[in-house]
Write a protein that binds this ligand. Structure first.
Ligand code: DGL
Length: 256
């Protein structure tokens, strides 16, 4: 199993924001990234649809020889990680909005969470709120339309700004001091997000925590790579322009 690749999937290019942290902490690992952008966005789909797609994505990556799967999507994790763990005998790393660190550190007692409808309505997310966020005010916003724009390769501009303003203004009014980015697509918009909020609001992303957890599982299962053979592979089943754009045209994209 060692020297086999790590598999990552997302409904599109969002997971690339996690890939950067993985590469930093685990430079010897080879990656197979699968963008299921034909079925993007996941955010408005039902739990069973998301589960079905997550299972298909996992099968694809296991057939490519992956030893561990990172579900690089909050919506897929919060709706299907248990299903995946019970269906496949392989370690999984999931990604959930980082409520706990924000709730532990807030001074104003108010935190903002930006995520998809699918994440905000999931049992797992609401359970986390119950366990870690019950004593703080949580201002949740579903940034409707943002993932679609990002998938079209739109990373800034008026349309992006307007959606973000609509979500962030009520959070600012309710005095949040932490903003949790609960969708892997959103760090792509970090500059615009920062320009719309006061500089003392701290933004929480999950990339580093996911990379740490991945390292822990590789070590526990004794499947870490001993060398990097320089082969990372990128697959998508829809248009490849936005994936090319976020990867700065540095890789070959395999279209399915
Ligand atoms: N990157 C996915 C997430 O983290 C986007 C969800 C979607 O496709 O709507 O939630």
């Amino acid at each position: 199993m060692e020297n086999s690749p790590i598999g990552m999937f997302d409904s599109g290019i969002g997971g690339i924001t996690i890939l950067n942290s993985i590469k930093k902490l685990l430079p010897k690992e080879n990656i197979i990234y699968y963008s299921d952008n034909f079925n993007s966005p996941y955010g408005n789909k039902s739990k069973s649809e998301i589960q079905e797609l997550s299972i298909k994505n996992t099968e694809f990556l296991i057939n490519k020889g992956c030893k561990l799967i990172i579900v690089a999507c909050n919506t897929a994790t919060t709706n299907s990680i248990e299903e995946l763990r019970s269906n496949f005998n392989i370690p999984f790393v999931g990604i959930e909005p980082a409520i706990k660190p924000a709730a532990l550190q807030t001074k104003t007692g108010s935190i903002g969470v930006l995520a998809t409808k699918g994440t905000l309505s999931s049992y797992l997310f609401n359970n986390t709120i119950h366990d870690h966020g019950s004593r703080v005010k949580i201002v949740e916003k579903n940034a409707e339309g943002l993932v679609e724009l990002i998938e079209q390769g739109v990373f800034d501009g008026e349309k992006i700004k307007n959606i973000l303003k609509e979500c962030l203004t009520p959070m600012i009014k309710q005095k949040i001091d932490f903003l949790v980015l609960g969708c892997t697509h959103y760090p792509i918009l970090i500059k615009t997000i920062k320009s719309l909020i006061p500089s003392d609001i701290k933004i929480i992303e999950t990339g580093k925590a996911v990379a740490k957890q991945t390292k822990k599982l590789l070590l526990e299962n004794k499947i870490e790579n001993t060398f990097y053979d320089g082969n990372d592979y990128f697959y998508c089943n829809g248009a490849s322009e936005s994936l090319n754009k976020i990867l700065n045209n540095k890789f070959i994209i395999n279209k399915l």
